[in-house]
Write a new protein. Sequence first.
Length: 176
Amino acid sequence: MKRLWKGYGDVIIFVVAFVSLLLWSCNPNPQDLFDRALVFSPSGFNVTERRIVASNISFNAFSVEDENSRMLYLEMQKENTQEIYSIRLIECGSYGISWKTYYKWAKEMFGTFKALLNAFPYLYGKVSGEINGAFYIAWVYAQRVYIINGPNEETVKEIEKRFKKYIKGIEPSDVV
């Protein structure tokens, strides 16, 4: 019997360590993330508005029903154009609230099927598409919902790529 269980202690320790590391990396210090995201300013864009909303969060005629939520809003104008792009980073009080917020918004904007198509609940979910002349990319990760939108699909995707690198600390050289 001892021989059958031999070696499982290492496996259990590895699994516990892996899950702990995964949970720790999924939820970095929220204040650091907000502070870091608040100063995001990619080259080629003029940031026209920066604000943090701590109560009564609403956007696109949609509201977040959680008093522990807060939202970072950045609005940027592409240089030499009239194109306006925005980033919303919504931090919710729990994983359940973040998924509820993401799903309700995505369902309202894109429909049930598309809202769930790329969703792996409590790990990651992403949806993108065009609505009324604006292109949207939204994703949920841990207790945060991210929404980026603007008139040009390629530019929105480029902002998404830069923003993800920036908030992870892999700061692109063209971000000031």
